[in-house]
Every structure is written in structure tokens, then in C-alpha cells.
Design a protein. Structure first.
Length: 84
């Protein structure tokens, strides 16, 4: 199996504890090794809010597909700590 992944995130701090994020991700997976075979790129993008807590940032993100056939619509994510 082979895969290619692209990801980017832009963060903007509004206040001491509150920030915004915009992100985009794209990827492609091949069942065969060596990037061989027919597959399509999948891509998604979204916006989020970050709130600094003593144990790490609380993340609230809304994202959706922008390319490819994912079969899913807009999704909401809630997390604690850095995603990467």
C-alpha cells in the first residue's frame, strides 16, 4: 500500500486565549505498492476555534469535503490538545 498526504493549517490569535484556524487536507491511497493503480484524490477543508486551557488547547472544528467522493457531508470535531 502507498499513500500521499498534503495538509496545511493557518492559525490566527484573536485574544490571549482564543484563536482561529483554517485548514485543508488532501490525500490519495493506492492498494498496490509503488503508487501503482487507479485511485482518486480526496480533499477536505474547514474552520475552527481554539481556546487555551491549562492542559492544552480545546479545539472546535467544522469541516467538509471539497474534492473526491467521500460520501459524507459537513462534520463537527471537538478535541483537546494539539492535533499534530
Amino acid at each position: 500500500m502507498s499513500m500521499a498526504i498534503l495538509s496545511t493549517e493557518l492559525r490566527y490569535q484573536i485574544r490571549d486565549k482564543i484563536g482561529l484556524a483554517a485548514f485543508a487536507d488532501a490525500g490519495r491511497i493506492w492498494a498496490e505498492s509503488g503508487f501503482d493503480g487507479e485511485t482518486d484524490w480526496q480533499a477536505g477543508a474547514g474552520l475552527g476555534v481554539r481556546y487555551k486551557t491549562p492542559i492544552g488547547p480545546m479545539r472546535f472544528d467544522v469541516a467538509g469535503p471539497v474534492g473526491g467522493d467521500t460520501g459524507n457531508g459537513v462534520q463537527v470535531y471537538l478535541g483537546l490538545g494539539q492535533a499534530f
